[in-house]
Design a protein around this ligand. Sequence first.
Ligand SMILES: [Zn+2]
Length: 283
Amino acid sequence: MRLGWIDTHCHLDASEFGGPDQADAVRAAARNAGVQRCVIPAVEAANWGAVRTLAQRWGDVYCLGIHPLYVPHAQESDLLALRAEIASNRDDPQLAAVGEIGLDFFVPALCTPAMREKQEHFYQAQLRIAAEFELPVILHVRRSADRLLKFLHALQPASGWRGIAHAFNGSTQQAQRFIDLGFKLGFGGAVTFERALQLRRLVQTLPLQSIVLETDAPDIPPHWLYTTAHRRESGIAQGVNTPAQIPAIAAVVAQLRGTVLAQLQAAAWRNACEALPALAVQA
Ligand SMILES: [Zn+2]
């Protein structure tokens, strides 16, 4: 098999792409750009079917979970439904992880005491499901690294954790603690901004074996697709990020690290398969 690129985080079913039925054009363009695999995370019970169908259609992998931004509307019964959904799909070779799960302490509405508690409850419950079914996890980390780490330590399964801390933007110390627990760190469009000094320094200094690449499409456009608020006011639309951006993002990461692009490509592929073994099973 020709070694390509993997987008380790891509919301292919998002409405920005026209919904799951219109995502084929986006996925086809990514394949033409050399993106052989996408990891399609879920965000709520309502999209579990869509991410699985898209993954099946394209030989990709999918995750099942409840995203912290969807926790406000989630019910306790969704956790039971998630456990049942994972139990009935556990033997599906395209099920890669429990995700996207985590904690978001950036969005003000999610930071009230009641909502912090509800987020932590959903996060812990989903970690327990991942541990029970020995699945990796895809983590949403936003001003929440220490809190996420605390629960990962407390609930560590016997075989250890695997997975990806996606769109990582924490400190070197926090990065090291995720790596020590068995995680890879996902980097995407944010590293393409010259002013992202701390993040760029992190990408330059981390061991190569801890890095995976992602777009988080349709969010987090790289700088060449980004339209400032000022320019948007004058009618210029925000560029839509897509998984086809992976090779261009990779070129920035390779340049920052002074790595040959082919070496980064091989490492990113290997690292993603280590984090999510389902990627290695797909022929
Ligand atoms: Zn996401």
